[in-house]
Write a protein that binds this ligand. Structure first.
Ligand code: NAD
Length: 256
């Protein structure tokens, strides 16, 4: 078991990629705190399944874009586990398809606050916890951005900007903590078969067109992203920091 005894916080663990990461890390021996925003029942189900591996698994409902809620989340994590070894910033949303001149400020705020402020708030709390416990060495931060951090999808300027900034933030943080033994990396998924893409997945014609643009001719599974997260969480990646791992069937080489 690659993560035996590690304490892990995964944001957005009720669904899709975060759920696959929480399930895999739990199977590999980690205790899990999995957050959700919507889908409390699904999150509880995921935690029940994780607990069958004899590890602790706790679901907590929060909005990562709210500073006070993130502070409360970390206070609860400390109550439950004492310390955390690994933080996975996965929670994220897409915004509406809209040209820049028509973006509502409220939509811009929601996407940026969830996809950028959320990971920032969680990273800051994680760093403060590591500082208090003097436990930086061997700890891990894994951010889930998107290939749209570099390959811009039309009429999604809010999402593109949030993910590009998250990539840059990952690199700044990796640099800042490199000497402590903590690593900070980024996963950039392409088209993954999760509820965030429900509209495309459920429309056979649209899905066919999307698959034709992907050099591997299929969408990826959340488990294929989780496998990369496991590598980044494990000792095997001890000299990898500030990196982005694309998991996209070569989509970003061509662009969407
Ligand atoms: P999903 O919709 O299945 O899951 C999103 C998760 O985030 C859910 O658990 C949800 O409750 C949580 N969440 C949403 N808003 C939140 C908030 N304000 N506070 C706390 N939690 C919140 O989506 P997914 O496809 O699994 O996406 C996970 C991450 O992967 C996102 O950051 C997304 O941008 C990124 N991503 C997904 C794809 C893809 O094709 N699925 C591609 C690139 C990047």
């Amino acid at each position: 078991m690659v993560l035996k005894g590690k304490n892990v916080l995964v944001t957005g663990a009720s669904s899709g990629i975060g759920k696959a990461i929480a399930l895999l890390f739990g199977k590999e021996g980690a205790n899990i705190i999995g957050t959700y925003h919507h889908g409390g029942e699904e999150a509880e189900e995921v935690m029940k399944e994780i607990a069958t591996h004899g590890v602790k698994a706790v679901a907590i409902g929060i909005d990562v874009s709210e500073e006070e809620e993130v502070a409360r989340l970390f206070a609860r994590a400390v109550d439950e586990f004492g310390d955390l070894d690994i933080l996975v910033n996965n929670a994220g949303i897409n915004g509406p398809t809209v040209t820049i001149e028509n973006i509502q400020t409220s939509d811009w705020d929601k996407v940026i606050k969830t996809n950028l402020y959320g990971p920032f708030f969680c990273c800051r709390e994680f760093l403060r916890l590591k500082r208090r416990n003097n436990s930086f060495k061997g700890s891990r931060i894994i951010n889930v951005s998107s290939i749209h951090e570099v390959v811009n999808v039309p009429e999604h300027a809010h999402y593109n900007a949030s993910k590009a900034a998250l990539r840059n933030f990952t690199r700044s943080l990796a640099l800042e903590v490199a000497a402590t033994g903590m690593t900070v990396n980024n996963i950039a998924p392409g088209m993954i078969l999760t509820p965030i893409n429900k509209e495309v997945i459920e429309d056979k014609e649209k899905m066919k067109k999307v698959e034709a643009t992907i050099p591997m001719h299929r969408g990826g599974t959340p488990e294929e992203v989780a496998n990369v997260a496991l590598f980044l969480a494990s000792e095997a990646s001890s000299y990898v920091t500030g990196s982005t791992y694309t998991v996209d069937g070569a989509l970003s080489i061509l662009g969407p």
